[in-house]
Write a protein that binds this ligand. Structure first.
Ligand code: TMP
Length: 392
């Protein structure tokens, strides 16, 4: 049974940065969150059709986040050392910062966003411009054979039908193959109150507990879990065919940690919902108080996460004047729903502002280091994670 625990109100597509002329036609949906008593999976209630999100206009370019390029290079090197894979498939390859570490002859990409599929195709990697399904897996087996390594980062939690997803992986994985995927961790979200990971692109938010249940029912098993700091706390899951392989201590550790936290109890989610409502009250009050004191506030990082926060809290450009972002495709557009203008960092003088809200709070240290001059001039940062606070 699905039990609803959080209602975040009406939301746009979190990464649909919008031109001024298109405000009238903006698509909105109800962002509500529920918990499945049977599998313990947390999902959004109303899924948005994937074609609306993942198409040739998809703006999130992983290669624009320098820390993420390094993350994928390190991950690829580690997986090569550990598993020595020959045939490699990446699901959701974006602009290729992971796959580029593997040879072109034996590596394949799956990417439904045409703009990014073109990038990896031009790099010389065979790329299927399609969604990951059992039908596509069958086609790939026929054309390219079975895989030693299937990798996906911040992608599996985007897919509605997880049974089909995991079946597709099982059907194409060699007997000794490994399936490695990483996505934001539900436990870290609950601990940190980072409700901004909830948006249309994340129809599911994974606990190791729920993944263990879902993978098992599709003939795969988790044998290792890495806890990562990326995206404010993610889990990298290693799974293989269900064949009695020794399950590592990291799996038991994570399942136990989640159980102790209360992942299996609905009350945990009700408590989280209360925390989210309080976070909204505090953030809105802080911004309004600063504005009435005549302070100027901007934001760094036009993230999907900040789309959730701004729309849930009703934060528009009467509170935050402008957002800067390093992604060229976002510059010159406005934030989804609340329509705050987005510009390049070079287009503003940060010293004109008193406060910077961290839309990309997961890159807090990188941003604080870059913006030393702002801090030295008395500038302060605002974040809502783990609690609404001001710091410098
Ligand atoms: P993410 O949190 O979903 O990875 O998105 C980070 C966004 O923030 C991405 O659009 C790039 C942007 N960004 C900046 O504008 N400045 C920065 O210093 C960093 C690290 C990211």
């Amino acid at each position: 049974m699905f039990k609803e625990f959080l209602d975040l109100g009406r939301h746009p597509i979190a990464n649909a940065f919008i031109d001024e002329g298109d405000f009238k036609d903006e698509f909105l949906f109800d962002l509500k969150v529920c918990w499945d008593e049977e599998t313990k999976l947390v999902s959004i209630k109303e899924f948005v059709e994937p074609e609306r999100i993942f198409n040739e206009d998809y703006p999130y370019n992983t290669s624009n986040s320098f820390p993420m390029i390094e993350h994928f290079r390190n991950t690829a090197e580690m997986l090569k050392m550990k598993f020595k894979p020959r045939k490699v498939l990446e699901i959701g390859s974006n602009s290729g910062p992971f796959i580029e570490n593997f040879n072109k002859e034996d590596s394949l990409c799956v990417e439904p966003c045409g703009n990014f599929a073109e990038v990896t195709e031009n790099m010389g990697y065979k790329t299927h411009v399609d969604f990951w399904t059992t039908d596509l897996a069958e086609k790939i087996v026929k054309e390219d054979g079975y895989m030693d390594l299937i990798y996906a980062a911040n992608c599996i939690c985007h897919i509605h039908d997880l049974d089909d997803t995991f079946k597709a992986v099982k059907n194409i994985l060699k007997p000794n193959g490994v399936f490695v995927f990483e996505d934001p961790s539900l436990l870290r979200i609950l601990e940190r109150g980072s409700y901004d990971q909830i948006y249309d692109e994340h129809p599911h938010i994974f606990s190791v507990t729920a993944l263990d249940n879902l993978l098992r029912r599709n003939g795969l098993q988790i044998f290792k879990v890495d806890n990562l700091s990326v995206h404010g706390g993610s889990n990298r899951i290693y799974a293989c065919h269900f064949d009695g392989i020794t399950i590592g201590d990291s799996v038991k550790f994570n399942l136990n940690e989640e159980s102790v936290f209360g992942i299996n109890n609905f009350q945990t989610y009700e408590i989280f919902a209360e925390r989210v409502a309080n976070s909204k009250k505090k953030l809105v009050k802080l911004l309004k108080d600063l504005k009435s004191d005549g302070k100027k506030i901007m934001s760094i990082g036009a993230t999907a996460k900040s789309t959730t926060v701004f729309n849930y809290c009703g934060i528009d450009n009467s509170l935050i004047d402008v957002i800067t972002d390093t992604t060229i495709d976002k510059q010159g557009k406005c934030s989804p729903g609340m329509h705050i203008p987005i510009v390049a960092r070079e287009d503003i003088n940060i010293l004109d502002y008193d406060y910077v809200y961290l839309g990309a709070w997961n890159f807090k240290d990188v941003i604080a280091t870059k913006e030393k001059e702002f801090v030295e001039n008395g500038g302060k940062f605002i974040t809502h994670v783990p609690d609404v606070m001001v710091f410098s």
